[in-house]
Design a protein around this ligand. Structure first.
Ligand SMILES: NC(=O)c1ccc[n+]([C@@H]2O[C@H](COP(=O)([O-])OP(=O)(O)OC[C@H]3O[C@@H](n4cnc5c(N)ncnc54)[C@H](OP(=O)(O)O)[C@@H]3O)[C@@H](O)[C@H]2O)c1
Length: 163
């Protein structure tokens, strides 16, 4: 099964200058807990936006130049998104689509579950999440409103399942 995990601002902003528009340690912890032990599908830009290769997760990295990726046992290059959709849409294991903008736009139609962190606030951004048709999903969980003490930013964790 393909799931998708993303943090989005009020205007569906997700990235700026190769990084996230905010710094929310509790969201990073949630991302780690949710994806730990699972395969992640990411685009090349997102691989290079990470501070390091993330432990405990295979990084399946989409790129048209697989030879350019770092050689590491936690990185598996991929050149065809359709092959990944075929391989994982009906798999028992939960595989996480983890961005960025291009990858989310391509994979959203094939993801059964969406883990959305909704960040309240508008941010200067250059990368956006695609429009979500919420009538196609059912909200299955929603956290209390969280607040990052340092920045004062409020956010909520939501999980949706495709109908
Ligand atoms: N808010 C969040 O939760 C979140 C999560 C992840 C990332 N982000 C942010 O998103 C931004 C990066 O997103 P992005 O849209 O620039 O890049 P991206 O989606 O991470 O990567 C795009 C690259 O992936 C490769 N690619 C994509 N689709 C492909 C396909 N079908 N076949 C082969 N290769 C494919 C291409 O690499 P080649 O050029 O090598 O062909 C393309 O240039 C950063 O700012 C990052 O911080 C935010």
């Amino acid at each position: 099964m393909l799931s998708l995990i993303v943090a989005i601002g009020k205007n569906r902003e997700i990235g700026k200058g190769g990084t996230m528009p905010w710094h929310l340690p509790e969201d990073l912890k949630y991302f780690k807990e949710t994806t730990m032990g699972h395969k992640m599908i990411i685009g090349k830009n997102t691989l290079y936006s990470l501070p390091k290769i993330l432990p405990g997760r295979l990084h399946i990295v989409l790129t048209s130049s697989p030879e350019s990726l770092p050689k590491d046992e936690r990185i598996r290059p991929a050149t065809k998104m359709e092959a990944l959709v075929d391989e994982y849409s009906d798999s028992k294991e939960e595989v996480f689509v983890c961005g960025g903008g291009k990858i989310y736009a391509e994979f959203l139609p094939f993801c059964q579950k969406l883990y959305l962190t909704r960040v309240s606030g508008s941010y200067d951004a250059d990368t956006y999440f695609p429009e979500i048709n919420f009538s196609k999903y059912r909200l299955i969980s929603k956290s209390d409103t969280k607040k990052d003490e340092k920045s004062g930013t409020e956010f909520v964790f939501e999980v949706y399942e495709k109908l």
